[in-house]
Design a protein around this ligand. Structure first.
Ligand code: SAM
Length: 227
């Protein structure tokens, strides 16, 4: 039985010990990455795989609020071919918009195909570290979501939240420890990241993402008067 979860526009089922997340499919009959489609009471739901999506992993690890709502404008840095972005697209609905930024032309090709069906995603082939280029193609957004495997992940995130995130907006950062420093313990890297984030943003939630995603964590932040 699929039912509303505690998070806006996110649904769940509980079979035995297994909790499974879903979003309502914005493009019925079409799946994106091989996920299961389930019909119930006239609605079609897409299974959301936490082993393929750090945002789903963060919810299953207990995040009580992901800060993404219907009709939001979202800047998504590191969208790849759209696995997680497609679920964000379901959450924000047809009146919302995602600017889906990725540096890789190969994954952006798949993203462009996805955008033919999902009209609320706008593909942007760009380096998220080069905000001068992004500035020409972006408006202010309600949410910044970042998942880029770069050494200076935190710096890129802070630059983009400062420039594009509205006051009181939410900013989600998936940190991949191994991309920052393979020689350091992930926990130390997460601690260092926290210190840098706290200078500019208010951290409202933090989750380590094992067993779904090894050596990753998620910070959910809010831009307030400090930002
Ligand atoms: C782990 S994948 C993202 C997966 C995706 N967020 C999801 O959950 O479906 C990381 C992506 O970051 C992109 N990337 C790496 N450096 C980047 C940069 N400087 N600007 C934009 N994208 C970048 C890579 O091309 C890759 O597609």
């Amino acid at each position: 039985m699929i039912k509303q979860s505690n998070i806006f526009e996110v649904y769940e089922s509980n079979e035995g010990k297994r909790r499974q997340l879903f979003t309502v499919n914005l493009t019925p009959t079409q799946n994106v990455y091989g996920e299961k489609l389930v019909e119930q009471d006239g609605a079609e739901y897409r299974e959301w795989d936490a082993f393929k999506s750090k945002l789903a992993a963060s919810i299953l690890k207990g995040s009580p609020n992901i800060g993404i709502r219907k009709n939001d404008a979202v800047l998504y840095l590191g969208s790849a071919s759209g696995t997680t972005a497609s679920h964000v697209s379901d959450i924000i609905g047809s009146e919302g918009i995602i600017f889906a930024v990725d540096i890789s032309p190969r994954v952006m090709r798949d993203m462009v195909f996805l955008c033919y069906n999902r009209k609320n995603i706008s593909p942007v082939l760009a380096d998220s570290n080069k905000t001068d280029m992004l500035k020409e193609r972006m408006s202010a957004v309600d949410v910044v979501y970042q998942d880029v495997a770069q050494k200076n992940q935190v710096g890129i995130f802070l630059k983009n939240t400062e420039l594009f995130l509205k006051k009181d907006g939410y900013a989600l950062l998936a940190v991949k420890a191994r991309s920052i420093d393979v020689t350091k313990q992930p926990k130390q890297i997460f601690k260092d990241a926290r210190q840098k984030l706290e200078n500019d943003l208010t951290i409202i939630d933090y989750r380590e993402l094992e067993p779904f995603q090894k050596d990753h964590c998620m910070f959910i932040c809010k831009k307030n008067s400090k930002g």
